[in-house]
Design a protein around this ligand. Structure first.
Ligand SMILES: Cc1cc2nc3c(=O)[nH]c(=O)nc-3n(C[C@H](O)[C@H](O)[C@H](O)COP(=O)(O)OP(=O)(O)OC[C@H]3O[C@@H](n4cnc5c(N)ncnc54)[C@H](O)[C@@H]3O)c2cc1C
Length: 418
């Protein structure tokens, strides 16, 4: 088979991520419309000794998609393939955007247990980096996986289910290194509505309520603003005239009894609707984000230290600190492996030299043994990863079994996971 005979293939087509900080030109880009086309493209790459990476929606800030070989764009491989009301499980093709799950699940009396700030990621992209929302009793997307079908580095299609927990825990978060995820199954929950409450709490109020807040709502999170322009950078609506410096856009979402809801309320700040319509916001202005995770017990100290770092050493940095809670899970390289975590996220402005700031944040949060979001800017080396993820070698073992020749590795993932 030649490159010309592969369906929907383009040569030397440049690729760029959402944030605009990652770009590369693969030798071949294939946008398959059937599973058979994915399989043919991967087998062709293996035969030609090309590396392969998959692009989801391109919302990661790290070089996790980059390849100079074959890039698979799964934008046309989107479908919720089955919903089982009895087991409360849903299956979907790997390229399916998260916003495609809401309606079919709702019709079956189900919802996803949690969602993040947006719903534009491909489901396989979201699980590959342990994408999460906020909720001390809510795990990340990867924690919901019960089954996955993928094509591995041998060119074989395999299924991994709960009968093989070693492989399943590796597949839960794998940064695209086990193969192309063709289809996944997620554990859903009974359908629920959410009631939103937005407040603008001061630093003292947030610190006073630090321990209770995450337990008092189904989802609690806040975006703390260090400068007058901070809220605007993330397009957060604020009341006219309110000085946001030292305050946070604070989100609480409560689950509501379904019978209570007749009409959704869509007024910003007090919305009341089906869960999947409440979770996602929208981000129109690009930013470059770092998100690290500190164990719940040490997170308050880490947050205060981060705030002080910004005030004292980086007053030029304006993006809010987003603070969220995520429940522990079992994924071998999940940042939430066996420990409930608090996420601390900061961003740099595209086109500015934010690197010294993010390096200082990295240095500070290392002192709190912080793990990292694989899809957001981080400075982990292999040595640091070895210390932070106790089962990383088990993960690497599974990866080597499924892809001994490193078809699905690139420079970035090879350093960490080979
Ligand atoms: C505006 C914005 C908001 C965000 N909000 C959140 C948030 O609330 N919570 C959070 O945790 N993160 C958030 N993120 C980060 C984002 O969720 C992750 O980076 C996620 O991985 C992006 O998904 P994607 O579909 O764009 O995947 P990509 O970035 O395209 O890819 C991510 C990884 O998945 C792999 N991959 C994709 N598809 C497949 C497949 N079929 N088979 C195998 N591997 C595959 C890729 O190769 C890559 O390694 C946000 C990012 C942006 C830009």
């Amino acid at each position: 088979m030649t490159a010309q005979s592969i369906s929907n293939a383009k040569v030397n087509q440049p690729w760029k991520n959402w944030g605009g900080n990652q770009e590369f030109t693969p030798a071949l880009t294939v946008r398959p419309t059937t599973e058979a086309e994915i399989v043919a493209a991967v087998r062709h790459a293996i035969q030609e000794k090309m590396t392969v990476r998959v692009a989801g929606a391109g919302h990661s800030f790290t070089p996790v998609v980059a390849t100079n070989g074959l890039l698979l764009d799964l934008s046309d491989m989107q479908q919720v393939t089955g919903v089982d009301s009895e087991t409360r499980r849903v299956r979907a093709l790997g390229g399916t955007q998260i916003d495609k799950f809401g309606d079919p699940l709702w019709k079956a009396g189900l919802s996803l247990g949690n969602q993040g700030d947006i719903d534009k990621q491909a489901i396989a992209g979201a699980i590959s980096t342990a994408t999460h929302g906020s909720g001390i009793e809510s795990g990340c997307f990867s924690s919901m996986i019960t089954w996955v079908r993928l094509i591995n580095g041998h060119g074989e299609i395999i299924e991994i289910d709960e009968g093989d927990m070693k492989r399943l825990r590796a597949a839960q978060v794998a940064v695209g290194t086990l193969g192309v995820i063709l289809e996944v199954e997620l554990q859903a929950v009974p359908a629920y509505h959410l009631r939103e409450e937005i407040t603008y709490e001061t630093t003292d109020e947030l610190l006073d309520g630090w321990d209770q807040n995450p337990h008092n709502a189904r989802h609690f999170s806040f975006l703390w603003c260090q400068a007058p322009e901070s809220a605007g950078l993330y397009e957060l609506p604020t009341p006219p005239g309110l000085d946001m410096v030292g305050r946070a856009y604070t989100k609480r979402y409560w689950a509501e009894d379904l019978d209570d809801v007749n009409n959704p309320i869509t007024e910003e700040g007090r919305r009341h609707d089906r869960a999947y319509r409440i979770y996602p916001g929208g981000f129109g202005i690009p930013f470059h984000e770092l998100e690290y995770y500190v164990g719940v017990d040490r997170a308050k100290d880490a947050w205060i230290a981060l705030k002080d770092l910004i005030f004292e050493q980086h007053p030029e940095q304006k993006y809010p600190i987003e603070t969220r809670w995520t429940q522990a899970d079992q994924g071998y390289i999940s940042p939430f492996y066996r420990e409930d975590k608090v996420s601390l996220s900061v961003s740099g402005a595209p086109g500015t030299n934010y690197e010294p700031y993010l390096r200082d944040v990295d240095k500070l949060l290392q002192q709190f043994d912080a793990t990292v979001h694989w899809g957001k800017i981080h400075y982990l080396t292999r040595e640091r990863a070895d210390k932070l993820f106790p089962e990383i070698e088990t993960f690497r073992q599974v990866r080597r079994e499924l892809d001994p020749n490193g078809v699905f590795l690139n420079k970035h993932t090879e350093e960490l996971f080979s």
